[in-house]
Design a protein around this ligand. Structure first.
Ligand SMILES: [Fe+2]
Ligand SMILES: [Fe+2]
Length: 178
């Protein structure tokens, strides 16, 4: 494994461990990023590093604007690791544009892949998402509403190939919850 990838992986796994945050989502985003990058002949290294780092601000407890702060954190980390500047720019762009923010929509293939992988992973985390909303004290109706909105948001931000992979689960959620 490339040294920067193993360093970044170590940083993220240690951070999730120390904060007591589950790492399953990040690992799934890495898995889907690599799968899509291979399939669509994108830069696998950029996609993998961005996937490991994409929610770094959330791991630190951030919510609103985590894609903006996360891109800045990633830039700092990768600069310290002496990763080439041109590649840092590409990785940070993927992080900045992964989060359905209309001001920062993904335009490069790698950024579209990371955003799609993030969305695909949300369909793997279905029960965790239910548990998360329900535990925030929302009623069953509110939980249902949030999950349907999240499923729509995730599905809509995917590139066409990723939509094909998620379609059955997206339809199943709608059948179950509507
Ligand atoms: Fe995110
Ligand atoms: Fe994410």
């Amino acid at each position: 494994m490339n040294k920067t990838i193993s360093d970044v992986k170590k940083i993220i796994l240690e951070l999730s461990e120390s904060r007591g945050v589950k790492k399953g989502h990040i690992i799934n985003v890495v898995k889907y990023s690599l799968f899509l990058a291979k399939k669509l002949k994108a830069d696998r290294e950029i996609c993998e590093i961005a996937a490991w780092l994409h929610d770094i601000d959330k791991l630190k407890g951030g919510k609103e604007g985590h894609h903006i702060r996360g891109a800045k954190d990633a830039e700092e980390i990768l600069t310290k690791l002496k990763y080439p500047k041109d590649k840092i720019k590409k990785v940070c762009y993927c992080i900045l544009t992964h989060s359905s923010d209309k001001n920062y929509l993904p335009k490069t293939l790698e950024a579209k892949i990371v955003a799609s992988a993030d969305a695909l992973a949300h369909f793997d985390d279905f029960l965790e998402i239910v548990y998360f909303y329900y535990n925030r004290g929302l009623t069953i109706d509110e939980t249902r509403d949030r999950i349907l909105k999240k499923a729509d948001k995730s599905f809509n931000k995917m590139m066409p190939y990723a939509k094909k992979l998620a379609k059955k689960r997206y339809d199943a959620i709608k059948i179950l919850l509507k």
